[in-house]
Design a protein around this ligand. Structure first.
Ligand code: SUO
Ligand code: CP
Length: 319
């Protein structure tokens, strides 16, 4: 694995999940691999779980870690090639990234979409510019359209929670929110679950909230949430803003929020969410505090996902 930007960088999802679960059982088995290696974690946007879990994962592998809140503490970066930098941006990624490539062995980057310009966001300009100019492996800590460390964690959590021989039914359901949020968690979850191919996968959302087909192709789309939830083994709850008419809130119908009543339709489903979550807007207290929620387990698995991926990046780098 050269970079970790999407599921397309993964040769074998099940093998990566197995590696993560091995690290969960024995966190410190590969301390020598990362010794004398340094990772830089660049945040252009806020983060709690990704920031902490990736640091812990890197330390478990013996790496040194520097976290840099570029968005807050660094010079404002320019990403457009041939830009005339007479505005607010101070330093071009073309100048900054090669320096980071000298300071670090691996570079992690967290960016969000603007939700203003679909073409720009979906071109993944920021992360691609870092890949182009840093010259070292780049790890997505969530980008404009995808969140691969989250999705790997989600599959790890499903794998360790579901013990039956048959394929689980997994439902990704849209939920209400007060803000226009990125599509990245939903895109990425769809992309990974489809590539994994080990489930009956259904996506449910209000009309006009369809995601980019590039990620959802292979899933069944069911606009009736109650029908979709029937016999589900896992319900993944997430808000996203509209994709087609980009970055808008068309619906804020509170009846889309998952409640215990709706959970009755499922096969006693485990409920998942990437977090952070707005309680009693996106997900009810009764679900989050109830026995079916696995959100804390899911977030704790972020360490093992990051550790498995860093192990792959370091192993590839040493070859
Ligand atoms: N890193 C995981 C999720 C990040 C982002 N959530 C947010 O921006 C929440 C903001 C708020 O609730 O105000 C999202 O949904 O894609
Ligand atoms: N789920 C997730 O990525 O959380 P943070 O935004 O806190 O990193």
């Amino acid at each position: 694995m050269k970079n970790f930007i999407s599921v397309n960088d993964v040769a074998d999802i099940d093998a990566l999940v197995a590696k993560a679960l091995d690290f969960k059982a024995n966190p410190l088995t590969s301390q020598a691999l990362g010794s004398n290696k340094r990772i830089g974690l660049l945040f252009l946007n806020p983060s709690m779980r990704t920031r902490l879990s990736t640091q812990i994962a890197a330390e478990n592998l013996g790496m040194k870690v520097i976290v840099f809140n570029v968005g807050q503490d660094g010079w404002a970066l320019e990403f457009e090639d041939e830009a005339i930098m007479s505005g607010n941006t101070v330093e071009h990624v073309k100048d900054a990234a090669p320096i980071m490539g000298k300071y670090f062995d691996v570079l992690g980057i967290r960016t969000f979409p603007s939700l203003q310009n679909k073409v720009d966001d979906y071109s993944e300009l920021y992360i691609n510019q870092f890949i182009k100019y840093a010259g070292i492996p780049v790890l997505s800590l969530e980008s404009a359209t995808l969140h691969p460390l989250q999705s790997l964690t989600d599959i790890i959590t499903i794998r360790e929670t579901f013990r039956e021989k048959r394929k689980p039914k997994i439902v990704l359901t849209w939920a209400p929110h007060v803000k226009a949020l990125p599509q990245c968690v939903a895109n990425s979850f769809s992309q990974w679950i489809n590539a994994w191919g080990e489930s009956d996968f259904v996506i449910t959302h209000p009309e006009d909230y369809e995601l980019d087909e590039k990620f959802t192709k292979g899933a069944s789309i069911e606009l009736d949430q109650k029908k979709a939830l029937k016999d589900a083994d896992f319900v993944y709850v997430k808000n996203w803003s509209t994709y087609t008419d980009y970055g808008r809130i068309y619906c804020n119908d509170p009846s889309w929020m998952l409640t215990n009543d709706k959970l009755q339709l499922t096969n006693n489903a485990k409920v998942m969410h990437c977090l952070p979550v707005r309680r009693n807007v996106e997900l009810s207290d009764e679900i989050l505090d109830g026995a079916n929620s696995v959100v804390t387990r899911q977030a704790s698995n972020r360490v093992w996902a990051a550790q498995a991926v860093l192990h792959e990046l370091l192993t590839n780098k040493l070859q």
